[in-house]
Design a protein around this ligand. Structure first.
Ligand code: SAH
Length: 470
């Protein structure tokens, strides 16, 4: 096991992408491959033997072949191209595909998803700037780094001017859309502020390129239908609200009961759709207590809800949250029968290795979920989320190569970023918006994709629904 981690470290140097390109340009093949192992350490595409292996098993050739044909058999039983609605899978097929054990099974799945993505989007990638405009939150989600009882966070609100400046920047740099995200606050004053921001952004960003201003996406939690309606009428046209998990019991386990309800969340998504928003949702992958069957059901739920956008990523521990502490406690109780928190050895190498292994498992599962989402909902916009990059420095590229078509560079001013850390190791916290722009563009280009600028880039799924309605 240790060997594979060492291999991982070598394959995933912690440089910025521009540094990576510089190095690539100035060094010969021998310099890049000092061990003479024949691998280009910078080639980490999902097709490459460098792809992180730590969460898949090394089985015999025969066994690997048998498992891979099982996967191919399921995929080949579907129509040649995903039909307009996407492929239909049974719960059993989905659990099988999510349970891949080898890289070669994953490869069969990823390649099929990549060709569906290419068929719908070519090599195009859509950008949206994300402004995390406040970390004040009424909710107390047990996994989240900005939950209301999180002790170590300094609470902030970006000023209206800072938000509008960010919007102007987004429009000048051609991202086309701004996502306004914050913690959840249902108070009237805050809702009025969101209305004010929508009005100001629309006014300030109208131009020849954007006759209606830049597109506005909201992600500000559960609100009353009339509030959603007001924001829609003012010009916000997309809304993101993750369901986190569709297993109702698990949902209630990871959210305290006093102000969270699964039914309310689903109801919010339905009213957003009825109002006319393009609706996005998604789940966290690898939540403690979540099963493969839960994830298969999540995928079926995406179709049932007829979503336009899907954003999901691996669950990542966030220090000092109940879910993270629970995980640590379980480990120590199982391993050492240690019950007193003061006796836990935080730096024990077995523990960190165990935690890392868990992390890579979630990462792999997340890529499978993204691949299957593309096959099932083939014309939806799917985001390559930052959480993937928190595990694998090239995580967002992998998602884009396989199935995602949207990236969201952060445009929050640098001074606020360290207080919008939802999970440990969130990337881009030490960067500013110019750096994020250059970095993400380089990332997209490095895998042969092309950024589409100066357009809203609505999800084709939504546009098709509109045409069918007429
Ligand atoms: N208040 C908004 C936005 C919340 S934060 C809303 O309710 O929609 C955005 C997302 O970050 C959450 O929906 C959740 O899926 C994700 N997130 C939070 N904590 C996380 C963690 N520890 N690991 C991975 N994702 C996390």
């Amino acid at each position: 096991m240790l060997r594979s981690f060492q291999k991982l470290d070598r394959n995933f140097p912690k440089f910025s992408v521009s540094k990576l390109f510089q190095i690539k340009r100035h060094h010969s093949a021998e310099d890049l491959d000092p061990d003479g192992c024949g691998l280009d350490p910078f080639d980490v595409s999902f097709n490459s033997p460098n792809f992180p292996m730590s969460s898949t098993e090394m089985l015999s050739k025969d066994e690997t072949q048998r498992l891979t044909s099982e996967v191919e058999h399921i995929l080949q039983s579907k129509p040649t191209y995903p039909s307009v609605k996407g492929w239909k899978f049974t719960e059993k097929e989905l659990t099988r595909l999510l349970s891949n054990r080898t890289h070669s099974e994953d490869l069969a799945l990823f390649k099929t998803a990549a060709s569906a993505t290419e068929r719908e989007f070519g090599n195009e990638t859509y950008f949206r700037g994300i402004a995390e405009f406040s970390n004040k939150c009424e909710k107390d989600c047990k996994y989240c780094g900005i939950r209301r009882s999180q002790p170590i966070v300094q609470r902030f609100d970006m000023s209206d001017k800072e938000v509008v400046d960010a919007a102007r920047w987004v429009s000048e740099y051609g991202y086309g859309c701004l996502l306004l995200q914050s913690g959840e606050r249902k108070v009237k004053k805050e809702n009025e502020r969101v209305s004010r921001l929508i009005r100001a952004i629309k006014k300030e960003t109208k131009s020849e390129t954007y006759p209606k201003g830049i597109g506005i996406i909201l992600s500000v939690g559960e609100q009353k239908p009339e509030v959603y309606k007001e924001w829609f009428d003012l010009g916000a046209h997309r809304y993101l609200l993750r369901i986190e998990t569709t297993n109702r019991d698990l949902y209630h386990k990871i959210h305290p009961s006093f102000n969270h309800s699964f039914d309310t969340r689903v109801q919010c998504l339905k009213s957003l759709r009825d109002i006319g928003y393009q609706v996005g949702s998604g789940v966290m992958i690898g939540i403690p207590g979540q099963s493969i069957l839960d994830l298969a059901r999540d995928l079926l739920w995406y179709r049932e809800m007829d979503l336009d956008m899907i954003g999901m990523g691996p669950y990542i521990h966030s220090q000092h949250t109940p879910m993270c502490e629970e995980f640590e406690k379980d480990y120590w109780q199982a391993q050492n029968n240690v019950t007193n928190r003061d006796d836990w050895d935080w730096h024990d190498s077995d523990f960190s290795q165990y935690r890392d292994m868990e992390k890579w498992k979630r990462y792999r599962l997340a890529l499978r979920m993204i691949a299957l989402t593309r096959l099932m909902c083939f014309d939806c916009n799917i985001a390559a989320t930052t959480a993937l990059q928190a595990i694998d420095p090239f995580g967002r590229e992998r998602a884009l190569e396989i199935a995602a078509n949207v990236v969201m560079p952060i445009v929050t001013p640098k001074k606020y970023r360290k207080n919008y850390v939802l999970y440990d190791g969130k990337p881009c916290v030490e960067e500013d918006k110019e750096e994020c722009r250059g970095c993400l563009q380089a990332r997209v280009t490095s895998i042969g994709k092309r950024a589409v600028f100066n357009q809203w880039n609505d999800p084709p799924h939504f546009l098709r629904k509109q045409i069918h309605k007429k």
